[in-house]
Design a protein around this ligand. Structure first.
Ligand SMILES: Nc1nc2c(ncn2[C@@H]2O[C@H](COP(=O)(O)OP(=O)(O)OP(=O)(O)O)[C@@H](O)[C@H]2O)c(=O)[nH]1
Ligand SMILES: [Mg+2]
Length: 464
């Protein structure tokens, strides 16, 4: 009888062990890899170091142990924690390398439940967390699902002004040689598509975030595939002959349109179906500081890209995402990263700024009972906060080591509380210098800001 009782208890316990799948999203260089690395690192030290006071389960000393375990999805690369941590712990410390593809990792936290119902069934339970890292650029493709090839071409053509137009010169020139009604010329199309891809790479290198289609700059396993060999038609649709529909040979225009549609259905829809329908919680990381540094155009571009990215969060029943994939996300966290770049007195401003940026999606999401929160954080601290003496008195300052190895103490500038107007950059200067990560003592968790509050928000309820 005792054996049966034990078996039943084990079965129930296994049933109670829970899983949670967290997607970590953000535009390029937002700090996703640093975030996942640090989160895994903080979790690793949960049972031995009580270094996360805002994570209730840790504060109440209910964490028994943690370990990384093999991921469930064998078709996705494993998140390379070892390489990332090796870089951060090297001498001098360095940042992890940029990510090129989707990767996944799984960690188990064994804890003593606090809830009476859970306690009756077992002294300890395990929470499994799946973390997924993928390039933020891919999210910018969601709006493509609602655009025909013609509409997309028009939108892309309208974007061609200022620096974008300069960067597009070679592609625009190559497009001149194309007759849309001619019989399809694979080689010619591949050549122009390559110029278009170069243009997108140039946009990305110039710090612009609105780069679409996302796979063109980060193709992953699709590198070289014809589904990535199309481009928007710069010529008005009227140039496309109707006769082409009755001709037997396929025209250049028809090939471009067919590839665009293939990209929509196989690549974009495939990505959302595979990932978005299975997430429980989502973290959107936003680097508000780099575009503040770079100026008005860069800031506007980032905001535009963010608004597009936020389209993905229109979970409402009428939203495209819900109609196509019915996601089950119940919590979204928006986080302004790299908060250690500014002095602590500016964190509240940074939070306000982020709040304003995500406002367009806020009402929609909260209406649908998806909990949302905004926070500021630093995944891996690269500076220490302190004061400097000035003729006007003591001032907040940060101290760190630049990527070039120079130790500096400075006041990097004020973060605007509201979305800044163009004139703002004339009267304000920013100096958000890139720093090396702080050195870590061996056997100690990575220094960070507010990752305990992040963990409490994301998984705290599952550890009750
Ligand atoms: N000071 C500071 N810098 C950070 C922090 N997190 C990231 N960074 C900086 O931001 C850069 C990009 O961080 P990643 O984590 O690689 O960003 P990502 O979003 O994974 O970038 P991609 O994979 O290229 O899309 C790093 O190389 C650091 O210079 C942080 O917490 N503090
Ligand atoms: Mg990355």
């Amino acid at each position: 009888m005792r054996q049966i009782g034990q078996d039943v208890s084990e079965l129930i316990q296994r049933g109670l062990d829970s899983n949670i799948k967290v997607a970590v999203t953000g535009l390029s260089r937002a700090g996703k890899t640093a975030f996942i690395t640090s989160l895994l690192n903080q979790i690793q030290y949960l049972s031995t170091h009580h270094h996360l006071p805002f994570l209730a389960a840790s504060q109440e000393q209910r964490i028994i142990g943690t370990k990384r375990i093999p991921q469930r999805n064998l078709m996705v690369s494993r998140f390379d924690y070892e390489q990332a941590i090796a870089a951060l712990q090297s001498d001098p410390p360095d940042w992890p390398a940029p990510t090129r593809d989707v990767s996944e990792t799984r960690v188990a936290i064994k804890y003593r439940p606090e809830k009476r119902t859970k306690r009756l069934l077992g002294k300890s339970l395990t929470l499994h967390i799946d973390l997924i890292d993928y390039p933020g650029e891919w999210l910018l493709d969601l709006p493509l699902l609602e655009m025909s090839f013609e509409q997309w071409s028009t939108q892309q053509t309208q974007q061609l002004s200022g620096t974008r137009k300069e960067m597009a010169t070679a592609w625009m020139a190559a497009s001149q040689s194309l007759n849309l009604n001619d019989e399809a010329d694979e080689q010619l199309l591949a050549g122009i598509a390559s110029e278009f891809t170069d243009y997108l790479h140039r946009c990305k290198a110039a710090g612009l975030h609105w780069v679409q289609p996302g796979r063109f700059v980060l193709p992953g396993e699709l590198a070289g595939a014809p589904v990535l060999q199309f481009f928007p038609c710069l010529q008005p649709e009227g140039n496309v002959s109707r006769r082409s529909l009755t001709r037997r040979a396929t025209t250049n225009y028809e090939v471009l349109k067919a590839r665009y549609e293939e990209y929509q259905s196989k690549v974009v829809q495939g990505f959302y179906r595979e990932y978005f329908s299975t997430f429980d919680r989502q973290v959107v990381l936003v680097d508000c500081l780099s575009p503040l540094n770079a100026g008005h155009d860069s800031f506007l571009d980032m905001q535009h890209a963010l608004v597009q990215l936020l389209q993905s969060f229109k979970y409402g029943r009428s939203g495209l995402l819900s109609r196509l994939f019915s996601p089950k996300i119940d919590k979204v966290l928006f986080a302004a990263t790299k908060a250690d770049h500014v002095t602590p007195d500016q964190h509240a401003h940074l939070l306000h700024l982020l709040n304003q940026m995500v406002q367009p999606v806020w009402q929609n999401v909260s209406y649908e009972n998806v909990a949302m929160e905004c926070m500021t954080l630093a995944s891996v601290q690269a500076t220490r906060a302190g004061y400097i003496a000035t003729p006007e008195g003591k001032m907040h300052a940060i101290q760190g080591t630049t990527l070039g190895g120079e130790s500096v103490t400075l006041f990097p500038g004020e973060v605007p509380e509201k979305l800044p107007s163009p004139g703002f950059w004339q009267s304000h200067r920013f100096d958000f210098t890139e720093f090396r990560p702080c050195a870590v003592e061996s056997g100690q968790p990575l220094p960070q800001i507010r990752l305990d509050a992040v963990l409490e928000y994301l998984i705290g309820d599952k550890l009750r």
